[in-house]
Write a protein that binds this ligand. Structure first.
Ligand SMILES: [Zn+2]
Length: 239
């Protein structure tokens, strides 16, 4: 049996652009056209809700309507724990990066099983700090999450995420940005309209903790179907 081998294709990013005083978490949707590449995708399926999400009492609102499915369905993880690599910062003038990254992972661990792994190893989610490349570029991104689709050695469609946050601000903002971006990486591919949610679309003076609405939204995401975690249809063997 043969599978197609290729590294897809699309990197889609959601990021915070800083311009002037107020930053907006701005959406950059680059839609990869998988059909144009003649790639046959597996069918979308529902997965059981992870117990850590299932046991949280269902109450209150969510902003699930703001979450976008991507070309393979909802961007949820299908195997747990989700591994997270925290890359040691090359540049961290306020000495905030490591502790903020560890805390953001701990906070989301209450809702989904996450495991911090050695930064030299492959991981589902990679957290990176980044030195500003151009101090004068007012539109430079402060934070960004992107994902990449690939097919693993078993022929299974998977994704991995890359979160980049520049540790150029005070700790609460760096933590707020990591918390927000990690929310995207865990599957909330969209923004809340309310400033009391961690996934609010703009940066606020006091970044809020993960809210009940954030968690309700995360749960709705994990109740959705996705093609991720499924084997690609087999190709006709040569000859
Ligand atoms: Zn965002």
């Amino acid at each position: 049996m043969k599978h197609r081998w290729w590294l897809l294709v699309c990197i889609v990013a959601l990021g915070l652009m800083l311009g002037g005083t107020q930053g907006n978490w701005e959406s950059l949707a680059i839609t990869a056209n998988l059909t144009r590449q003649n790639i046959q995708l597996p069918a979308a399926v529902h997965y059981p809700l992870p117990p850590s999400l299932a046991e949280i009492p269902r109450k209150g609102e969510d902003y699930f309507d703001e979450v976008q499915p991507v070309e393979v369905g909802y961007l949820l993880w299908t195997e747990f724990p989700v591994t997270v690599a925290i890359e040691p910062p090359q540049w961290d003038p306020n000495h905030v990066w490591q502790a903020a990254a560890e805390q953001a992972v701990r906070e989301w661990s209450a809702y989904l099983p996450l495991e911090v792994v050695d930064a030299r190893l492959p991981a589902n989610i990679r957290l990176l700090s980044q030195r500003p490349t151009d101090q004068h570029n007012r539109r430079a991104r402060f934070a960004e999450t992107s994902y990449e689709l690939f097919v693993d050695s078993q022929g299974v469609l998977r994704h991995r995420c890359r979160v980049v946050v520049r540790p150029s601000q005070a700790r609460k903002f760096v933590l707020g940005a990591l918390r927000h971006e990690l929310g995207h990486a865990l599957g909330i591919w969209g923004h809340s309209p309310l400033p009391t949610d961690a996934l609010y679309f703009a940066q606020v003076a006091d970044p809020p903790p993960i809210s009940q609405r954030d968690v309700n939204t995360l749960r709705r995401v994990y109740e959705q179907p996705t093609r991720l975690g499924q084997r690609l249809p087999e190709l006709t063997p040569h000859g």
